[in-house]
Design a protein around this ligand. Structure first.
Ligand code: ANZ
Ligand code: ZN
Length: 802
């Protein structure tokens, strides 16, 4: 009997479709398990084998959980708004909706191919008005709670294309389309106040079962810093400079001040002599990105403003400089510089010959140049002798007395710019009324549909293409019914993915985003699988939305994804697979040559799932041959199983134990090795026949990996229902024990020999055997034995004297 993967795979694909075996049904008699893939953006390129790694892992895991008696929710959908479809539309005149439909169809075909147990009845598409109706609904709710607001913000602007650009379209500071230098243009933008959730987003990370490096990235992104705001009075001037410092303890070491070039005080305080130099410097700084400005060991640039401040505690004047290493959008946009203890300040002071005063001394005594370590304070009057930590608090207390400082917490996290001047996105459900101002669209009137138009070109004014569509723009005010204009900005790419995991629980609900019963049963997501590139944005935005929806009282949990798994990339000859590199392995070709099950099995075998792995077609050959052997072995014995015998039972229990343990710890590659070892052992045993339990175990265990083959063999073994209706096999400890153990033989605690004894040997017998070993004579003859110890299964120790 030959294994014909194609025939088997087609057969089971259509059987599954007919029987609806993958449908998730709320079932109060069973525990649920929600296993979610990060839903894809349906690009024009289709999926490659790299994408399939994550989808395979999540499917194997879902099936494994199903065999453990869980009711599984394993849905799929499309994150389909976004720039590529819109740019394609502009270039080729194909409506983004049409292009998206075509891409979705191709993605769906490919994903159906993989044999995944997706419940397609729950398919979601973020561009479906029935879906984005609720995306808009949450925006209105945010607005009502003061969490959505408008602010003048710079957007990326290409002066020659006369269009606003998304960050992705700015490459090295230049417009991706025409290569012109990108500038900034100030416009009103919608913002979401994610900063109001900063502390919760930070604190709740602790309890998540997520990879440490992802948590670390989120913590760094939120960037909570404790410190102080300190005010310095200007000399001969009424204004003050307020700085944020995490090191108030170093206040006595402050020797100069720095303002960011954009700081509003720059113009006010610059003296006449310095004006030309300052103006030129500020102009230059506008062209640099924040990243360029922050590089630590680049040569520092700056210019003296001509102004001075008074030190708050000592009689000293500090010069005020303007330098681009200080950023306007962090803290207060101004710093007190302590060159002895801050690296950037040190570089700057060296460059411009500014004073350096040591105020912290480490255990080796005062350092010569830069010292950033811990220690005690010196040259700091009443703070002398205090540790850095105690000094921080003492310095704040000291400055507080004269009203010149207070403790504060600062975050790196910024509010989220939630608007794009684009066509292909969710319209922001807001109306601008001449009389009433900003008015949200009443939720009963949602969705605000994206109008069907033929032109998506940017308007040239920086506004969204929607602004040029009269029928869309002109409307009446929901409050006063007078003339009003619709908001024409759309939501950013991330909007639809912030809450989609909730919608899967109840995807066809047209009265609410979801029902309480459905949410309470299915959520939160038990396992979320996807790429680490989403470690911050998507995963942080989703957590923010979840907390907000919790605050609305619509859900009972605070965190959306209990467990997160990020799969490693698949590379080919060491390079990431991507269309632009031309090194893409197309799963359609692999399936044609080897079948779906072999591809799935190989995706799992290719390496530890969290690590990068290299694609290798020889490995695929090996896995394919392995599946053939499994097929032949079961086929050969399915109709003539023999009675169970000890050797088979023992092999079986050991296999199930090893496999289960490896699956549970997500070591799928070594799980596949366990299969291979088991198969080799069974091939030897098969001469004396195989028993039914062995054949069934092998079949059930292979089913999560190679579901089509699993079903086929299960049917061959005489079962009438799906193999996924059965249960994952268990094992008994007693079969795992070794019959014999090797124990160490020690004299006075030093190993002198080894001996093999029956695992259940008695203490007396173990000691007798050990003492009688010929080589022990050397250590025992003529000595007095004072003690004999046996540690079960490990060692005998003889304690001697003389
Ligand atoms: C004095 C000082 C002494 C500082 C010292 C550091 C070390 P994090 O931890 O990232 O919050 N800083 C404040 N605002 C800044 C801005 N807008 N651009 C650039 N640097 C800025 O860092 C806070 C520290 O970064 C602050 O503490 C300030 O320098 C600087 F031995 O104040 B520190
Ligand atoms: Zn009005």
């Amino acid at each position: 009997m030959e294994y014909q993967s194609k025939r088997i795979e087609e057969k089971w694909k259509s059987r599954w479709q007919e029987s609806g075996v993958h449908q998730a049904n709320k079932n109060d008699a069973k525990p649920k398990y929600y296993c979610l893939d990060m839903f894809p953006y349906p690009s024009g390129n289709g999926l490659h084998v790299g994408h399939w790694r994550g989808y395979t892992i999540s499917d194997v895991w879902s099936r494994f959980k199903r065999l453990h008696g869980y009711e599984i929710l394993h849905p799929m959908g499309w994150d389909a708004f976004g720039l590529p479809a819109e740019n394609y539309a502009i270039q080729h005149g194909v409506h983004p909706r049409i292009a998206t439909e075509k891409n979705v169809a191709n993605f769906k075909r490919q994903l159906e191919e993989i044999g995944a147990m997706y419940d397609w009845d729950r398919e979601i598409n973020t561009t479906d008005p029935e879906y984005y109706r609720w995306t808009q609904y949450f925006f209105v709710k945010m607005y009502e709670r003061g969490l959505a607001y408008r602010k003048k913000m710079p957007i990326n602007w290409c002066p020659s294309c006369k269009t606003g650009l998304a960050n992705e379209e700015v490459v090295d500071g230049k417009c991706e389309r025409c290569g012109s230098e990108v500038t900034k243009k100030e416009m009103y933008q919608w913002m979401l106040k994610i900063t109001a959730y900063a502390d919760r987003l930070l604190d709740d990370l602790d309890d998540l079962d997520w990879p440490e490096h992802v948590k670390r990235m989120q913590r760094a992104w939120i960037g909570r810093s404790e410190g102080a705001r300190i005010r310095f009075k200007l000399v001969d001037h009424d204004d003050e400079i307020e700085v944020f410092s995490t090191r108030p303890d170093t206040i006595y070491g402050a020797t100069y001040m720095v303002l960011a070039p954009e700081h509003p005080l720059v113009e006010k305080i610059t003296t006449a002599e310095q004006k030309d130099a300052v103006d030129a410097y500020v102009q230059e700084a506008m062209h640099k990105s924040n990243i360029e400005r922050q590089i630590v060991d680049k040569t520092k640039t700056g210019v003296f403003s001509g102004a001075y401040v008074k030190h708050p505690l000592v009689d000293r004047k500090l010069p005020v400089w303007i330098a681009d290493y200080v950023l306007m959008d962090y803290g207060t946009g101004a710093i007190m510089a302590v060159p002895a203890h801050d690296e950037r300040d040190f570089e700057f002071a060296e460059q411009f010959g500014l004073e350096i005063i040591q105020v912290v001394e480490g255990s080796d005594g005062p350092a010569e140049g830069l010292y950033t370590g811990d220690g005690v304070l010196i040259n700091s009057e009443s703070l002398n002798g205090l540790s850095v930590d105690v000094g921080k608090r003492a310095a704040i207390e000291l400055l507080k007395k004269s009203g010149q400082a207070e403790a504060t917490v600062n975050y790196r996290l910024r509010d989220w710019v939630f608007a794009r001047q684009r066509y292909w996105g969710e319209p922001i459900p807001i109306v601008h009324c001449e009389k009433c101002g900003i008015v949200p669209v009443p939720v009963e009137e949602l969705p605000i549909r994206l109008p069907d138009v033929e032109r998506y070109e940017p308007t040239g004014t920086g506004e969204s293409p929607l602004a040029a569509i009269e029928e869309f723009v002109h409307t009446s005010c929901p409050k006063c019914h007078g003339p009003a204009r619709r908001e024409t900005d759309t939501m950013p790419q991330w909007a639809g993915s912030c809450w989609y995991f909730l919608r899967y629980a109840d995807p066809h609900n047209n009265e609410a985003p979801f029902s309480k019963e459905a949410i309470d049963y299915w959520l939160p997501v038990d396992m979320y699988i996807g790429g680490v590139e989403h470690a911050v944005l998507h995963l942080l935005y989703s957590r923010f939305y979840t907390k907000f929806i919790y605050d609305l009282g619509l859900i009972q949990f605070n965190e959306p994804f209990t467990r997160l798994f990020t799969q490693g990339m698949i590379t080919l000859n060491g390079a990431k697979m991507s269309k632009s590199k031309g090194n893409v392995v197309n799963p359609d070709d692999i399936i044609r040559d080897y079948g779906v099950d072999a591809l799935r099995m190989y995706e799992m075998f290719v390496g530890p799932p969290e690590d990068e792995a290299e694609w290798n077609t020889n490995g695929l050959e090996g896995v394919s041959r392995f599946l053939q052997r499994v097929y032949r072995l079961v086929a050969a014995h399915s109709t003539s199983p023999v009675a169970e015998r000890d050797s088979l039972t023992k092999l079986r229990h050991r296999f199930v134990a090893a496999l289960t343990e490896r699956m549970e710890s997500f070591r799928f590659n070594t799980a596949v090795s366990a299969f291979m070892e088991y198969l080799n052992a069974l091939t030897t045993e098969a001469k004396a026949g195989l028993d039914k339990a062995t054949l069934e175990t092998l079949t059930v265990c292979i089913a999560p990996f190679a579901p089509h083959l699993g079903e086929e063999l299960w049917e061959m073994l005489g079962h009438k229902v799906s193999v996924f209706e059965s249960v994952w096999p268990t094992y008994e400890e007693k079969w795992l024990k070794d019959d014999e153990v090797e124990i160490a033989v020690q004299v006075n605690g030093r190993v002198r020999s080894k001996v093999t004894v029956p695992a259940d040997v008695s203490q007396a017998e173990a000691i007798r055997v050990a003492k009688e070993l010929p080589e022990m004579a050397e250590w025992l003859d003529g000595k007095q034995i004072v003690k004999e110890i046996y540690v079960t299964g490990r060692l005998v120790n003889i304690v001697v004297k003389g």
